[in-house]
Design a protein around this ligand. Structure first.
Ligand code: FPP
Length: 252
């Protein structure tokens, strides 16, 4: 489905998309796994496992909603403060996901990238990430970016440290440097969804969300469905994005 809305204007900072292409970059803060599990008398790890299943369903559904890039927050750098067993459990789920889904991603035209630090990941996971990225590199239907050990502040800081070497200084060239730091690119987010009832950005895609529309949902991530994603996209399409200009009705 091609999304049509006269004021929806994707301004990619690094990769121009042709007009006929699906155009949405949706980013999701998949919050509420722990509470979902605790409410059912289950260990938090069961919530993360259910969350990984939700991620599979959402990834499958995204391309038919005009989404070209989907960024999911799988592990924040701040999450290292959690008990090591919980963090290791999330990393194991991610590893399982890469092992079981890479072939499916290739078949479905999904290009998979990991954004975030890699040096603190187990070596076997780092290898699985590299293998999946290489195997899916030609996918054009959906760019799936999993944020793992990710901190937007840290990424911006590292990009700033490299930026002094750049001769042509502009927001676009900064974005290019940030994309290099992140490896998985850096395109402007159109729609940011956060499940689980909290209403904050939690160090996620600070640069890329400058003009994003936000949708906050009470629902916890394991209960999130493809219909919820579609409803959020529909809500996004109803909003007028002016980027600081006047709304069309007033501008004439
Ligand atoms: C936030 O819920 C969720 C996380 C920190 C982990 C998210 C991980 C996944 C969805 C699984 C990995 C993804 C893939 C694609 C395999 P929380 O634990 O902060 O929930 P709470 O706020 O209820 O405690």
């Amino acid at each position: 489905m091609l999304l049509q809305h006269k004021t929806v204007r994707q301004i990619p900072l690094t990769q121009p998309a042709p007009d006929h292409a699906p155009r949405l970059h949706v980013a999701i803060i998949s919050d509420g796994n722990g509470r979902w599990a605790v409410a059912r008398g289950l260990p938090r790890s069961a919530g993360h496992r259910a969350g990984a299943e939700t991620a599979r369903r959402v990834i499958e559904a995204a391309p038919r909603m005009g989404i070209h890039t989907l960024t999911l927050f799988a592990l924040s750098s701040a999450n290292w403060k959690r008990p090591p067993a919980e963090v290791q459990g999330i990393l194991r789920l991610l590893h399982e996901y890469l092992l079981t889904e890479t072939t499916h991603c290739m078949e479905e035209g999904v290009r998979l990238s990991i954004i975030g630090r890699r040096d603190r990941l187990p070596a076997t996971l780092r290898q699985a990430v590299a293998d999946s990225e290489a195997a899916t590199a030609k996918g054009t239907r959906l760019h799936l970016r999993l944020a793992v050990d990710y901190s937007a502040r840290e990424a911006i800081y590292h990009a700033a440290c490299r930026f002094y070497k750049v001769t042509e200084l502009s927001p676009e060239s900064f974005s290019t440097v940030l994309a290099e730091v992140l490896r998985g690119g850096s395109t402007e987010v159109d729609l940011l969804i956060r499940t689980g009832g909290e209403q904050r950005l939690s160090d996620f895609l600070l640069w890329e969300c400058a003009f994003a529309e936000f949708v906050f949902l009470q629902k916890r991530w394991p209960d999130f469905t493809a219909d919820d994603l579609e409803a959020a996209v529909n809500e996004f399409n109803r909003r007028e994005r002016t980027r600081g200009a006047l709304p069309d009705a007033i501008a004439g």
